[in-house]
Every structure is written in C-alpha cells, then in structure tokens.
Design a protein around this ligand. Structure first.
Ligand SMILES: [Zn+2]
Ligand SMILES: [Zn+2]
Length: 515
C-alpha cells in the first residue's frame, strides 16, 4: 500500500483559487496520485506542487529523460470531466499520458478509458473489413490529441454512390479541462451528416454512440429552431441550391442583388461570374445603390480562370480560391459555363458535386448555382435529374408578363418555407420585394399528403371529387371528403398559376412538377 505522504503538501492560496476559473474544482484521486508518486520516486523523481495553481503538480517526465532530454517536465492534475472525475491526468509536451503511464506500469481510470476506446476502434475496424472497406493506420504523433487514428472508406458514401470520402476513426486523447469525450471513439466522415449514422450502419455500439451527445434527438419545446435562412424563404444556410430558368428570367440580376445585400450584411461572398461583363455588373450595383465601400466582403470574379469543375484540377482551383477568400456563400453563374464534359450527361453534373461541391458543403458553405432550363420549363434544368438529386433546394425562376419575378420551388429537402414566391421589381434603388407568399406548410398535413398523392397519380387538376375519389381509394389512399376538397382546390389554383408565366421557351406551357 502506497502512502499519500509521498506527495508533498500543497502550499496553495485560497484567494488565488477563487480568482481563477482554471483552478481544479474536483479533488484528485489520492490513491492514483500516490501510485504515480511512488512509481516516479522509484526512478528518482519527485512530484512538486505547482507554485501557480492549487491541486496541480509537476515532475520530470521519465520518457523525456530516457530519451536524453533532462528538461522534459510533465504536468499532473485531477481530471475535471464527469466521467473519470478526479482520476489523475499527467502529460508532457512530448508524451501522451497513456505512453508515460504504461512505461511506469500504472493503470489509472483515465488510461482505462483510452483502453476501452481502443477496444471499440477494433470492433469498428472489424466491421469495416467485413464490408471490404479499406482502412489504413496513421501513426500517432507522440502527444497526439488522437489515439489509434485510422482512415477508412465511409460505408454511407459508398451506399449513396458518392466518391468515397475519408472516414476518420480515433480515440479522443485530448487532455483538456472537462473534455467529457476523452477516451471516446469518434467516427467522422468528411460528409458531416454521415457521422451521426455510421456506427448504426456498421452495427457497432460504442460508449459515445450510447451517450446523449451522439445521434440523440434534442427535445425542443420552442418550436422549429432548425430554420436558418440565408436568403429569406429561398435558401437556408449551408444548403446547396439551384436556381434555374429560361434566358431573360433575370437570374443574374436577382442573384447579384442577393450577393450585394449579403455582403453589406457582413457575409463573406464569392461570386464567380461567367455571364456578365464587369461594366454591366457595376451598372447594376450603382442602380441598386450599394457603394463599393459596403462590399468589402464580396469577392466578385468576372470570367474567373478556374478550370471546369467536373475535373480534379478545376475543383482544386476552386478549393484554393475558397481557402483564400473563406466565403460563407458562393454563387456560380452559370452552372453550364463551369463544365468540361457533356452537359446532357448526368455523370458530368455528378462529378461537379463529388469533386467540387461536397467538400464545400462539409465546410458549411452555402452554394447557389444558377442554371439554364431546357426548352420545356417543366422538365427541369438541363442535364436531367442528377442536378436535382444533388441539391437541397431547387427553384424555377421566370419573369411574368407584368415584370414580376416568379420563383417556384421544385425541390426541398427540409420542407420549410413557401413553394411559391413572387417578387416585384422596384426602382430608386433598384430592388426586388416579395409581394406574395403562399406557404405550403400552412396546409394541414392530410391536405398536403393528398396533394402529393394526386400529383403522384397524375390526376388532372380539373377533375371533380367524384372522379378523383375512386382513384385514390383504388390506390389505398384514404382521406376525409373535406380534406380532399381542399387538396383539389389547392391543385386547381396552383395548376392555373403557371399560365400567366411569360413563356420564353417557344414551346408553350409550363408543366407543374409536384414535389
Ligand atoms: Zn516526456
Ligand atoms: Zn460518408
């Protein structure tokens, strides 16, 4: 049995203790402290109270000394996290606690936490190898904040047929304050949204995945706080958005206005313009009355020398630009001008998303791409469904005969906000203001579901209840008569709406596409 008497008494100062937030509040595990003191003493080292902080000690680092560095000093303090509270933490600038402790023949609770994490990492690596997902070992730096760091292929990226992103697997080894994930295993994909689901996908349960901080739903009584609009009702922060429409739909004008406004609000904006001459952009800026001095956070590049974004070189150039500009939001005007491959081929667009866009998304950067529609507006942007599959929100922008901009939502991942927005063009200064909002989410859920079902079954909007009702029933869809009537009214109103859209395609008509 070791004695605590091996540890010198603490001089300390109560006044100082109260004045510092960094002072350890949880007392050290005296038995662990004594074991450490004894092990060090056998090597001829003494633990000394830290003159500046109560409840903290220093001693020479046995590993540093063994490696010929007599000045290596380690700090010793009681762990402040809830898990393993009071367990003795110790480290030097060169050596991690686990390495020093193992050399001293110690087994503290904190070291045991890392051991558990290592077991969990082995389970994860086994599950990965069973699925044929390659992984490699990246050696620790000596005092790494990560323990047993591995890189593998992400099973969810593979499943979603994305270009496989790096999956990082490691034990949190960061000895800092009250870090309550110390010793826990982290499994993080470059695609941030994947990280919460990977362990479930692999059928592995770890301490961390059992913990509340990991994948648990936060119960929120304050209503929907997920709403975070970058452009009100149109694009949410961090989304990948596509705004498409025919030539002459004022797509550039509207996006430039948003870019100027966001920059004036202090957002960092990168606008890559392959459509408009600088003189024209400046003319619009002046008409919108945004002084140059207000746009210091807007980097507006006219005909930028960036290679096609469906190539690795182009993607790398964009990422270098992003690293330099550090934008919150990027505008790409126009999508087709950033391509090398066949615009009609879905793989061209998928390559842009995989190479160029996804890495931006994982950094939380909002990407807004403008795009030309095909001849038939109803058939969506050129290049087919691959674009739609890869964006969070997609809007069809047209200009009505009265000059108003009409934005019709063709896809939403979050379901928040209206499906239809109209903007009036005003002057003095030149600007666009919302004049109408039909909030799709005001509809009761059963009405909304019924609208979606009628769309799916391609029931013509002109049909009456007597004809539509049997079709729904035959397809196993049950609905109150009242709700059905509302749904049909919504579809009739909506079905008529596109008629006043100025048709610039020359093919006549705009087919509404339900989403
Ligand atoms: Zn050391
Ligand atoms: Zn992934």
């Amino acid at each position: 049995m070791t004695s605590i008497l091996d540890v010198p008494a603490q001089p300390g100062s109560t006044d100082r203790a109260e004045s510092s937030a960094e002072v350890a509040q949880i007392a050290p595990d005296l038995e662990e402290l004594a074991q450490l003191a004894t092990a060090l003493k056998q090597l001829g080292h003494v633990i000394t109270p830290d003159p500046d902080w109560p409840n903290q000690w220093t001693s020479p680092c046995p590993l540093c000394i063994a490696q010929g560095n007599p000045d290596g000093t380690m700090g010793i303090f009681p762990w402040q996290g809830i898990e393993h509270a009071g367990s003795v933490a110790f480290w030097c600038n060169q050596h991690a606690m686990h390495a020093i402790g193992t050399a001293l023949g110690l087994k503290t609770r904190l070291m045991g936490g890392v051991d558990l994490g290592r077991v969990e990492v082995k389970q994860i690596l086994r599950a990965l190898s069973e699925r044929g997902l390659a992984y490699s070992f990246r050696p620790d730096s000596r005092n790494s904040t990560y323990d047993t760091f591995h890189v593998a292929q992400c099973p969810l990226c593979i499943k979603e047929r994305r270009l496989a992103q790096d999956l990082e697997i490691y034990v949190d080894n960061l000895l800092e304050g009250d870090n309550d994930t110390f010793g826990h295993v982290f499994v993080d994909c470059d695609v941030r949204e994947h990280s919460a689901s990977i362990l479930a996908e692999l059928n592995v349960i770890t301490r961390r995945s059992l913990g509340q901080d990991y994948g648990a739903v936060g119960w929120d009584d304050e209503g929907d706080q997920g709403e975070d609009w970058l452009i009100e009702s149109i694009v949410e922060r961090g989304q990948s958005a596509l705004i498409y429409g025919p030539t002459g739909a004022k797509k550039s004008l509207f996006s430039q206005e948003q870019a100027f406004r966001l920059a004036k609000q202090g957002h960092r904006v990168l606008y890559l313009d392959h459509e408009n001459q600088p003189a024209e952009v400046n003319k619009r800026r002046r008409a919108m009355e945004y002084p140059a001095a207000a746009l210091s956070t807007l980097k507006y590049l006219s005909f930028p020398p960036v290679s096609a974004l469906d190539t690795p070189e182009g993607a790398a150039q964009l990422h270098a630009l992003v690293k330099a500009v550090r934008p919150d939001v990027i505008f790409l005007d126009t999508w087709s001008k950033f391509l090398n491959g066949d615009e009609a081929s879905p793989s061209t667009h998928t390559a842009v998303y995989n190479l160029a866009i996804i890495p931006l998304r994982s950094q939380g950067i909002t990407v807004i791409a403008l795009d030309h529609s095909g001849k038939d507006l109803g058939r969506g942007p050129r290049g087919g469904s691959s674009k739609k599959d890869n964006v969070d929100v997609m809007w069809l922008q047209t200009v009505k005969s009265d000059g108003r901009i009409r934005l019709e939502r063709k896809k939403t991942r979050t379901g928040r906000g209206p499906d239809l927005i109209e903007l009036e063009c005003l002057t003095g200064p030149l600007r666009h203001e919302r004049i109408e909002q039909r909030r799709g989410d005001v509809l009761p859920p059963d009405v909304r579901a019924c609208v979606a079902k009628l769309d799916e079954l391609e029931v013509p909007p002109g049909w009456g209840r007597d004809k539509a009702s049997p079709v729904l029933r035959a397809n196993g869809f049950r609905i109150r008569n009242e709700a059905l009537a509302s749904a049909m009214r919504v579809r009739r109103e909506r079905g008529n709406a596109p008629a006043d859209t100025l048709d610039l395609s020359g093919t006549g008509g705009d087919r509404f596409e339900g989403e």
